[in-house]
Design a protein around this ligand. Structure first.
Ligand SMILES: Nc1ncnc2c1ncn2[C@@H]1O[C@H](COP(=O)(O)OP(=O)(O)OP(=O)(O)O)[C@@H](O)[C@H]1O
Ligand SMILES: [Mg+2]
Length: 1002
């Protein structure tokens, strides 16, 4: 391989930018500041470092020129003619000659001890020197011309105990020319000196301790500043033979020359090794561009790549091997061995470089991978934002919450605003993946979806409200009137306050269903929740936020779902509140239903008081007994008693029949129920207080009618019908949507135009609905059969709803002695009941006269009143009929039949007494007479409850005369005339009067 090719190859391999960061090959303590100066020198070399091929050519040219020079002269071991020269003058102190670099001029040299890395011949290297006297001497030499020194690597093993300090250094060193001496400014030393000069006057201002430390460091020579950096160019090897002077050290040396190249031209092995070294240098340049610097300088100065000895030194200097290995190269004088050893080091270096590059690449890959990911994520974010898909992003969330809360911010109480602000700030600081984040997010979700202070516009129009209420329910005058009063008060005061109205009555009288009508009448939003069987307080008050899956209570949910703070809230079945281990929900309702407290109702989850004072609470219950006293005290009770037959008929005809027909798809005129059939239904089938059962029966009838119609009309007509009805449903939905839009437009105070447009749309939707409904009627008429189906009483009705259940309260046509008709009031409404008394005659020895047995599901209260009755009857009999020993001779048995239902209450007292006396005197009670009333032991008749229900029940079972306690007269007076019609009533205050009306002959 020609020299030219080698240089080319080496140069080409360096085709990498200089600026790339890499590990410095020379790990000298002071490399960083000096590398710059080294590079400056390099770039001063003609051609600099721009353009790698040009650079290679120049190196080549330079070397060729020098080769020519050299061949013209005899080979000189130190061919640096340009830099050598100068006069030899004895130094002032040490007798060191400053002369040319020729060995003969330097039998002894000034020693520059090296702490790290031996200096290789042919290589330039910066060395930091701290010894002031040494520096001065070098400077003096420099001032006179050229300065030459000997560099020796210090031995590392242990602290030196040698008498001769030169023994601390390796024997073989390098003869070096000092290129430059650069003083390193010593700031701390200067300060110290200044301070010393100025004396202790400013001691108080300077940290004494720091000063002392600086002194110690200066003494040790390890200070960051001070000393000088020598730029040394290695020339050839030296072997020190004796120490001439100690401080600074001067030693006597032998100069060692490398053998001549010419002698070794025929040595193929050496040549091959040299080539391999060059090839390896090429490899090294690939992985470590910093080595280029050394190579470049080597080429620039003087070297010939074909001199194996110099090549070995160059190769060694390019390696970052440890000091020992490098010193070994220096110590090796045999060229072949040296080249071998250098090749090994070089190969190691290449491997190291590869490893380093590998590590670098891997790190870079990871970094660029991360960066790529980051950029992609950023891109994704902006795309999502653009598409409005930004979901979980914190800022988007915050914006969402802020936007949602904005319309309510003015109306919201200060603490709510504050809490929301705080929570939003908290959210900003939380990690989205943390559980705390989700808790806060859910909390904000709830906080911002509450209609703080926002109420819907109310309609305070009495006549319109009355129309709405009448449209849905027949009767129920008390409730309706109460609602109208509520509206009137609202009208007069200008604002409405919440109220708590409780409706109590038997099942199926329309308590639940009127709730919705109330909301419609007032044009308020409606929310219903049933508390029947509810045993967890959290349902009302919410969970604490700390629980997993915590939720606010029903009331807060209601505010969220209705979106207003003045809805009508129907709390259904308050009498059936449960009581669990989780606390007492009834007590929780106390706070909710107290007008004094619910202005700042505190839900456990929300933790911010909400205003419920504008809510109209409507509660329903079947009985009042089970409602806790304090709760009942807060309610305004409206009683609903059952319906009498006339009312039922009216309800059935005007409401139930219509809906039943509609639900079964039977046209208005296609079928009907005859009056007789309706009466029979009411009298024989559905005798209970409410109308739910009646409704079921009507639906059953019309379902059967529908079956008949469908069969007769065939599938085509049914299909048409179905389509028409679907259209109606769609039109209804559209109308609702439009109405909602109109409301929203009104609320958000949009421009007049949008509101008008919305109004127009609602009108259109109404028209469409009307048209669809007309279409349905048309279809019905077009497919109608000639004769409408009429359901009649008797056989017809039995066909539709089956045989009437045996349900009469009337067991006796004419009650025998000992049997009396009583009136009871249960949760199902009023009913008549019979009290039967029978005597068991006692004779012989086991006389058990005076005992009393009771059967028939009697509760505690009723059992008590039966024994009171027994006692009173005995005394009454003894008073009226002194000779009558009936009670002494007979054991009594009282039974209340038809009593699978539990009965309790004292109101059967007078009935029992009458039964016993009737039996004792063997006189039947007057026919069709019923009575009710509690009797004390002294015979006073006390008032009872449920007069209306009892009256209705009495009428139902054909009673014509009723005995009521005097105390109930006012209740009777309140009853409407149609209930009282045809009834004879007597008010009694003492039992004597009962006896008179029921049993006495006159
Ligand atoms: N006065 C009435 N006018 C028209 N329909 C009525 C009337 N009373 C009840 N109804 C109808 O009877 C059915 C049952 O009524 P609702 O469910 O309101 O009874 P309730 O009083 O709540 O009974 P419960 O105590 O069992 O809950 C409803 O479909 C309702 O429309
Ligand atoms: Mg109900």
């Amino acid at each position: 391989m020609s020299l030219r090719n080698a240089a080319r190859a080496v140069a080409r391999a360096t085709a990498r930018p200089w600026g790339r960061a890499a590990v410095p090959s020379n790990a000298d303590t002071a490399v960083a500041p000096l590398r710059a100066s080294g590079r400056r020198q390099i770039s001063e070399f003609p051609g600099g470092s721009n353009g790698d091929d040009a650079w290679a050519t120049r190196i080549w040219n330079t070397m060729r020129a020098r080769s020519r020079q050299r061949s013209a002269r005899a080979f000189h071991s130190s061919s640096n003619a340009a830099s050598e020269g100068g006069s030899a003058t004895p130094t002032s102190g040490g007798g060191i000659m400053v002369a040319s670099g020729h060995p003969s001029s330097h039998p002894q040299v000034l020693v520059v001890p090296l702490n790290r890395r031996p200096l290789m011949p042919g290589v330039i290297m910066p060395v930091r020197v701290m010894d002031e006297r040494l520096i001065q001497e070098i400077e003096e030499m420099k001032a006179r011309g050229q300065a030459y020194v000997g560099t020796f690597l210090k031995r590392t093993e242990g602290e030196s105990e040698n008498v001769d300090p030169s023994d601390d250094m390796h024997d073989i060193g390098t003869f070096a020319q000092v290129q430059s001496v650069i003083r390193v400014p010593d700031i701390s030393a200067d300060t110290l000196k200044n301070e010393d000069e100025k004396g202790s006057s400013r001691d108080d201002k300077v940290d004494v301790k720091a000063k002392a430390e600086a002194r110690v460091r200066a003494a040790k020579g390890e200070d960051g500043g001070g000393g000088a950096t020598l730029l040394l160019l290695g020339h050839r090897r030296l072997r020190k033979t004796a120490t001439v002077r100690h401080q600074p050290m001067v030693v006597r040396v032998d100069h060692i020359k490398d053998p001549k190249v010419a002698d070794r031209d025929d040595d193929d092995v050496l040549k091959a090794t040299a080539n391999e070294v060059i090839a390896t240098i090429k490899d090294l340049l690939k992985v470590n561009p910093l080595a280029k610097e050394t190579l470049q300088y080597f080429a620039q100065r003087f070297q010939d790549f074909q001199d194996p000895a110099k090549l070995a030194d160059l190769a060694a200097s390019m390696c970052s091997a440890d000091d020992g290995a490098l010193q070994e190269i220096l110590d090796t004088l045999d060229v072949r061995e040296r080249l071998q050893a250098a090749l090994v080091l070089l190969k190691k270096e290449v491997e190291l470089g590869k490893l380093q590059a590998d590590i670098g690449r891997r790190v870079e890959e990871k970094i660029s991978g991360d960066q790529r990911r980051y950029f992609l994520m950023e891109q994704l974010k902006s795309i999502k934002k653009e598409l409005g898909m930004e979901r979980d992003d914190k800022t988007a969330l915050q914006e969402k919450f802020r936007a949602r809360f904005a319309p309510f911010k003015d109306g919201a109480p200060a603490h709510a605003v504050k809490t929301i602000d705080e929570e939003l700030n908290k959210l900003a600081g939380l990690e989205p993946s943390s559980s705390e984040f989700n808790v806060t997010r859910n909390y904000l979700e709830w906080l911002t979806s509450i209609p703080w202070g926002h109420s819907s516009e109310e309609r305070l129009d009495i006549s319109q409200a009355a129309d709405v209420l009448d449209a849905d329910h027949y009767g129920l005058e008390d409730v309706k009137e109460r609602i109208l009063e509520f509206i009137a008060v609202g009208q007069l005061r200008g604002t409405t306050q919440g109220k708590i109205i409780t409706m109590v009555g038997p099942p199926g009288v329309g308590k639940t269903s009127i709730g919705q009508s109330i909301a419609r009448a007032l044009d308020r939003k409606f929310f219903r929740f049933s508390v029947g069987g509810l045993s967890d307080v959290a349902e009302i008050k919410g969970h604490r936020r700390t629980y997993v899956g915590a939720m606010p209570g029903k009331l807060v949910q209601c505010l969220k779902s209705t979106g207003v703070s003045n809805p009508v809230v129907l709390i259904d079945e308050v009498d059936k509140l449960g009581r669990g281990f989780q606390g007492d929900p009834a007590s929780a309702l106390l706070e909710l239903l107290d007008p004094e407290q619910n202005g700042s109702f505190l839900d456990h989850y929300l933790d911010v008081p909400v205003d419920l004072s504008k809510v109209l609470f409507v509660c329903t219950a079947n009985v009042l007994d089970t409602i806790p006293g304090p709760l009942l005290d807060r309610m305004e009770v409206v009683r609903l008693s059952g319906y009498i037959a006339d009312e039922k008929r009216a309800i059935a005809r005007t409401y139930l029949e219509k809906t039943a027909k509609e639900r079964s798809g039977v046209g208005e005129k296609e079928a009907s129920i005859s009056d007789a059939a309706m009466n029979s239904l009411i009298e024989d089938y559905c005798r209970e207080a409410g109308v739910r059962n009646l409704q079921k029966h009507l639906e059953k009838i019309y379902r059967k009618v529908a079956l008949k119609l469908a069969k007769a009309k065939g599938p085509e007509a049914s299909k048409k019908m179905g389509q028409a009805r679907n259209k109606v449903a769609a039109a209804k939905k559209a109308l609702e949507a439009k109405e909602d839009e109109l409301k929203k437009a009104n609320v958000s105070a949009k421009s007049k135009k949008t509101v008008e447009a919305a109004e127009k749309e609602v009108e259109d939707a109404k028209e469409a609905l009307a048209a669809a409904e007309a279409a349905v009627i048309e279809v019905i008429e077009s497919t109608a059969m000639s004769d409408p189906i009429v359901v009649d009483a008797g056989k017809d009705l039995i066909e539709y709803v089956g045989q009437p259940p045996f349900q009469t309260d009337r067991i006796y046509e004419q009650t025998p002695p000992g049997v009396v008709t009583g009136l009871a009031w249960t949760s199902m409404g009023g009913s008549t009941l019979y009290i039967e008394c029978t005597a068991i005659h006692q004779n012989g020895t086991d006389k058990k006269g005076g005992t009393l047995t009771t059967t028939g599901q009697l509760g505690d209260v009723m059992k008590e009143s039966s024994s009171i009755a027994h006692t009173f009857a005995r005394s009454f009999l003894a008073g009226r009929f002194p000779g009558n020993t009936f009670f002494d001779d007979n054991a009594l048995h009282i039974h209340v039949p038809a009593g699978a239902t539990p009965k309790d209450g004292p109101s059967a007292g007078c009935t029992m007494i009458t039964g016993m006396i009737s039996l004792a005197t063997d006189r039947p009670v007057k026919p069709n007479l019923a009575m009710t009333g509690e009797v004390t032991l002294t015979g006073i008749v006390m008032p009872i409850g449920g007069v209306k229900e009892k009256t209705i029940a009495a009428r139902r079972s054909g009673v014509t005369t009723i005995l009521f306690p005097e105390g109930n007269k006012k209740d009777w007076d309140e009853l409407s005339d149609d209930i009282k019609e045809g009834l004879e009533v007597h008010f009694v205050s003492m039992y004597d009067e009962v006896y008179k009306h029921a049993l006495s002959a006159e």
